[in-house]
Design a protein around this ligand. Sequence first.
Ligand SMILES: *Cc1c(COP(=O)(O)O)cnc(C)c1O
Length: 339
Amino acid sequence: MTGYQPGEQPQTQRIIKLNTNENPYPCSPVVVETIRRTAAESLRRYPDPMAEPFRRRAAEVLGIEPDWILCGNGSDDLLTIVTRALVGQGQLLRLPYPSYILYKTLAELQGARSEEVRFAPDWSVPDAFADGAEELRLVFLANPNSPSGTVVSPARVLELAERLPCPLLVDEAYVDFAEMNCLDLVARCERIIVSRSLSKSYALAGLRFGYLVAQPHLVEQFTKVKDSYNCDAVSIAAAAAALGDRAWLAENRAKILATRARLTERLRKLNFNVVDSQANFVWATHDSAAVRPIFERLRHEGIYIRYMNYAGWGDGLRVSVGTDPHIDRFLERLENNLP
Ligand SMILES: *Cc1c(COP(=O)(O)O)cnc(C)c1O
């Protein structure tokens, strides 16, 4: 197998990095202080195996019970846990296309088969996405989706889940930048699992923390599959502190959304097709200009965005929402490099 290829992480400060949807602003100062204190006081012992301090805080914030929550070393860890728990060798996993490529790698790791169902041209999900198949064991849906930033409404998600013969994992890695979420559906339909990440909206990609929400009997089964101590003491404490700082999240979200609107408008003025995004990135395609050379020239100038080419769908540029000065610089260089 090929293995999953993460986006480039150049280890130098002198570039403008708009390629892996990181938050461009520093995390909440409350998080930094919590990390200092935890590092000084509590590294001698093993952490709580279920990340209980985080679960209690998240339960409070989300208005659910702690036993509906499972924590992971980033939400990728949770996607792995769920796949390992549900999908056996030779069985089938379904994913949308184009979307997060890791889902396919997870199937391969299980010796399982995967099946891609295409989005409609307007990025809605066709009915075929919910068709039953004998060996179908798990369906993934990134919502908001990457690379498009588009969302499927909760009503539609519920409709799909009710027709499916297996669990539907709704990957809400970008949901804090969106206007909707599927959390309430978990109680209404046992097949719906929602996963979330602190990497993007909480500016903690380097910390590695995510959680999922599912009905307790599922959480209990997933727990059997995870590493006993999959989350470390520092990240558990820091993630709990992050969720507690509601004001930081609201302010950060407002900044990102304002820059996203400006970026979208400017790209459209440059004749790119940009679908309305509910995430912290935008997907830009072009009818006449080849976008790959643009990506390469910008990269050469130290401006990193993501070039994606989806077989049978087309190619485009995925641009993360950065700080205003970084986005201005990107737009200026983009305009300059247009054919
Ligand atoms: C970034 C991302 C993740 C992974 O998040 P981590 O918590 O950093 O592991 C999961 N799903 C999607 C769609 C993402 O873009």
